[in-house]
Design a protein around this ligand. Sequence first.
Ligand code: G
Ligand code: G
Ligand code: MN
Ligand code: NA
Length: 250
Amino acid sequence: YELEMGLRTAIANGELMLHYQPIFDAATDRIAICEALMRWEHPVLGRISPAEFIPIAESCSLIEPMTLWALEQACRDAMTWDEHIRVAVNISPALIRGDNLPRGVMAALLQSGLKPRRLELEVTESIFLEDDGRTHMILNELRRTGLRLALDDFGTGYSSLGYLRHNIFDTIKVDQSFMRGVGENSRDRAIAQSVAYLARQLDVETVAEGIETEEQLRYARETGFTNVQGFVLCKPIPADQLLQRMRGTT
Ligand code: G
Ligand code: G
Ligand code: MN
Ligand code: NA
């Protein structure tokens, strides 16, 4: 349909952009990671949300060229940042099972010259829903290139303790739904604390996602999350604004 036709030419027409949302070190307040979030400026319809166009791209295999574009752009942008700041790119489940991701990642790293350890791929728990060993194999192949893997939206889907056991992830991103309730809901608090503790024991970093209030922020710090992310700290912003912010505060 109309959006799908538009997406087919969006990359070539330069309508896709990356915004970045910084993820801060909870102890030092410095930017630790910037998460790339895709934006589509449609020539007629204006700004379209990724919540709308990513599912379309996934259903018609446009997600692969779009993600390879995002990887290249994100690695290039990260080369303009301080050496200690990493870049994170969201990867759709279907791409993990496809054949071209490891090659595309290598190409993005080589073309940009970015050190592999400065690239983080965010994948959600749903990649393990139909695991036949292939998911595991590809994740390990990716990780051997030296990049980092983050488990996104942790706690919302299929439980992944097995994958924590197998030492595949460098980072766990605790879903924002758990941070919502830490003020009033003792169950959310118990879960957030336990995940932070578990991750520390496993030498895995943690991100508290979707922090919207000072109270949640204070809580995430007290609980010992490695990193914090959310609107109260910084919304997703264009690359040039991000650079300005980096020059000002880091
Ligand atoms: O940026 P925003 O909160 O509007 O994103 C909405 C959803 O779209 C989130 O789930 C986010 O992970 C997803 N998303 C944004 N950019 C990308 C991308 O480049 N690739 C994939 N697979 N998902 C993305
Ligand atoms: O699925 P993923 O975690 O990649 O989704 C990232 C999305 O979360 C982005 O679209 C971003 O805009 C959104 N996001 C980031 N911080 C916050 C926040 O504090 N509150 C809410 N509601 N959404 C957030
Ligand atoms: Mn994400
Ligand atoms: Na997330």
